[in-house]
Structure formats: C-alpha cells, structure tokens
Design a protein around this ligand. Structure first.
Ligand SMILES: O=P(O)(O)OC[C@@]1(O)O[C@H](CO)[C@@H](O)[C@@H]1O
Ligand SMILES: [Mn+2]
Length: 442
C-alpha cells in the first residue's frame, strides 16, 4: 500500500483561482498558512494557558475542575492532531443549542461532496469556524467548565492595555455630547472611523500579542483616509440621517472585545444621543470565537470595568450612561446561534429566517470586522473590481455597511487597477489590517 501523502503533497501549489472559494487546499494562500500554522498555534496557546492556570481554575470552579482541565487538554491535543493530519471533520457530540444545526451542515456538505469535509480540502470559512466550535466542545464535555472562556484573559488585557486611547476617545465623546455646537455629520463620520480602525486591534491575527491601541486615536484616524480603499462613509451617514418610516432601530453586529468594542459603544452612544436611532441592537457571539470576539460576559465586563476605573473619570460616567441605555431597552444585547455557525450570510434566510426577518426591521445594519466581511461576500475569491452588492449574493435584509480592516485575501468594490497599484507598494496589503473597506449596500 502506498504511504499516505503528506499535507504538503495533498495541497496544490498555487494561489486561489478567481471566483473559487478560499481554501487551505491552495498552498499559496492565506487560508493554507492559517490552517497549517496559525490555527495549531491558537490551540497550543489554549493548552498552555490551561496548564499554567489549572490551580487558579480549581480555586474558582472547585477541586474536580483540575481533572477536567486535564481532560480538555487531552481533547485539544487530539483536535490539533486531527487538523494537522487532515482528518475528516466529525459531527459534534454534545447537547448544546446549535449541535443539530452544525451536524446538519456537516451532513449536507458530506452528501454534496460524496465525502466528509477535510481540513486541507474544503472552504476555509467552514474549517476555521468549525475549529472554534470544536474548542468549545472540549469544554462542553466537562461538568464544571462548560462556560469557561479560554480567551477571556486576553480580551480583558486588550482593554486594559488600551486605557490611554480609551480615555482620549471617552473624553472626546463626553465633550461632544455635552456641546451644543457639535457638527453632527462630522462627529458621526469621526466615530465611524474610530470604530472602523478599532478593528485593527484583534487578537486572532496577532496570535494574541501586542494589539493594544497605543497611538492617540483622534490624530490617527484623521490621517488614515487614504487607506480606506472603498469608502462609502457618506452613504452611511445619509442612511443614518434618514428618517425611515419603517424603524429607527440600528443594528451593530459586533466583532472584537477590548478597544474595538469600546469604540463601537461610543458610536452607539452617539446614535442614541443625537436621535439617529431610538434603539441600537447589538449582536455578539455565544461561544468563544476567533479569540477576541465579543461575548455577553465581555460586554458586561467592560461596563463594570469602566465603572471601577475612577482614575479615568470619563469612564464611570460613560458606564453609568451606558447601563442606563441597557436598562431602558434603548440598547439590547443578543447572541443568536447563527453568528457562530459556519454559514456565509447568503444562507441566513434559509437557515435562520427569524433572524433574517428581524434584521429586516432595521434602518441600518453595521457589520464589524474581517470575519463578518468574509461571511458577507461568501468568502469567494471575487475579482477585486466586483461590486459589493453582487458579492452579497442576495443578502440584503436591510441597508447594510461593513466597517472592516482588511485581514484576509478577499476584497471587492475596488476600481480597476487599484489592487495592482497597492500590491506594487505593499505585497502584504490584504493581510495586515493596514487598509480598510467601508462598503455600503441598500
Ligand atoms: O474578524 P476579525 O476579528 O476582524 O478578524 C478575524 C481574523 O483575524 O481571523 C482570520 C484569520 O484567522 C482573518 O481572516 C481575520 O483577520
Ligand atoms: Mn474577531
């Protein structure tokens, strides 16, 4: 019998062809680098964190948790091995709310392909989401650690490390909301940009290192306009400023915790204070996701942490204001299971028609970050000049915009020749978060 080919032989030595789904099967792609190198590191970091903190965990969760930590470590080591040896993606086997949805997805994919999904053969989006869901499964198989979030400490450090920038933005926000002369449009555009560039600070791209916002963000955003490759900010302003007969609800589909979350909440604050919306609905993740994504605990934590930070006086004041928005129902927090399924958003109507309809009540949907963008454009290697509206493939429950710094090799909505010009000066332009896109579709 011939020896089993190594991963490197199973994959094709080429870049992703145009109009194909991104996949680790293309060796000269970011998807390959991610599945081959970056995701195993993420799993190893979780294992290291658990080994280092097992005593602390036992103190908080009870003595039996020590054994469970060992169990999770064993589970994660097997998971990493499955990935690195290109094993089939196996069904989930616990009782969590989304298990049936996930297993239906896996079964249908297997029927369509005539074989189970494989780590180095199939759509990158599906593979990467599956990894994070499997990490969750490791914890769900325990009794005491079901809700344990292995990335929580990193998310908290990311906020604490950005306190200086947070304080600059927070003070500026309070001044503006108290001022009678604030120019509404200028202010909103500035805070849209703060929220956009806040997306540079995510932990999954940096392997959990060095992601705090340290520059003065107000100086920074005013200088970065040239790096916004597709810029529909004026259209976003117009959509926000319109009085919709339908509703005055605006939705923010969150991405990362820490500084980015803070900037999103500042924007949401202005939407309410300036009466551009009477309600802002937040959407977040139900399971630990792509390291830094916001979960309910992170949202509550940031409000509490701000309340306690009496050394930065604007923070307790903002916290009390924001808790007021939550208590009066002007801000709502939702964590629908759909956001942690593997589907691109063109499938939402079929898979979760309730969510699709509910988003349809919105005046504007603001999608934050890179992964939301990958899901919006169905993670296909479109020509960079393809229209954003085409790449959405019919996903349009309401007017929507994406505020995304570019951290994966898919981008649409550029003018002819633009991608080539940038590639000439910066060969890594798609991967570092240096550039951004603000694409709007109604
Ligand atoms: O959605 P986010 O937080 O902006 O980015 C998520 C992300 O870091 O994860 C992927 C790589 O693992 C990249 O596509 C992307 O940059
Ligand atoms: Mn993220």
């Amino acid at each position: 019998m011939a020896a089993k080919a190594s991963i490197s032989e199973e994959c094709i030595d080429m870049t992703t062809p145009w109009n194909e789904y991104l996949s680790a099967k293309y060796k000269r792609s970011f998807a390959y680098q991610t599945v081959r190198n970056r995701l195993p590191v993420t799993v190893t970091q979780v294992v290291d964190h658990l080994s280092r903190t097992k005593e602390e965990i036992a103190q908080s969760y009870g003595e039996d948790a020590q054994e469970e930590v060992k169990q999770v470590i064993g589970y994660l080591s097997r998971l990493k091995n499955e990935m690195q040896t290109n094993k089939p993606l196996t069904p989930l086997s616990e009782d969590y709310v989304d298990v049936e949805l996930w297993n239906n997805f896996l079964k249908k994919a297997e029927q369509e392909k005539g074989r189970p999904l494989l780590w180095f053969a199939d759509e990158w989006l599906h593979i990467e989401c599956y990894l994070y869901r499997r990490i969750k499964e490791g914890f769900l198989q325990t009794r005491l650690l079901r809700e344990y979030d292995p990335f929580r400490h990193q998310k908290e450090d990311a906020f604490t490390g950005s306190l200086q920038a947070v304080s600059v933005v927070g003070n500026h926000l309070l001044e503006l909301s108290k001022s009678k002369e604030a120019d509404l449009e200028r202010t909103i555009l500035q805070f849209l940009k703060l929220s956009l560039w806040g997306n540079r600070c995510d932990l999954s791209i940096s392997g959990g290192k060095d992601i705090a916002q340290v520059e003065n963000p107000l100086d920074m955003v005013s200088k970065l306009d040239d790096l916004i490759l597709a810029n529909d900010l004026e259209k976003v302003w117009a959509a926000m400023n319109s009085v919709s007969s339908k509703s005055q609800t605006i939705d923010i589909i969150f991405d990362n915790s820490g500084y980015e979350l803070f900037t999103d909440l500042c924007l949401a604050h202005l939407l309410i204070e300036f009466k551009l919306a009477d309600k802002v609905r937040f959407h977040a993740k139900r399971v630990p996701w792509f390291i830094s994504d916001v979960m309910e605990h992170d949202f509550n934590w940031i409000l509490q942490e701000m309340e306690n930070k009496s050394t930065v006086p604007c923070l307790p004041e903002l916290s009390s204001k924001w808790k007021g928005f939550v208590n009066s129902g002007r801000w709502t927090f939702n964590a629908e299971p759909f956001w942690t399924l593997p589907y691109s958003y063109d499938k939402m109507k079929e898979i979760d028609s309730k969510l699709y309809e509910s988003l349809g009540e919105s005046k504007l949907l603001i999608f934050k970050g890179d992964l939301n963008y990958r899901k919006l454009v169905c993670e296909m290697n479109w020509y960079h000049t393809e229209e954003f509206a085409v790449a959405l493939r019919g996903f349009q429950p309401a007017p929507l915009v994406t505020l995304r710094t570019v951290k994966a090799d898919v981008v649409v909505g550029l003018r002819a020749g633009q991608a080539e010009e940038i590639a000439e000066i910066d060969s890594d332009w798609l991967l570092t978060g240096k550039y951004a896109v603000v694409s709007y579709s109604s």
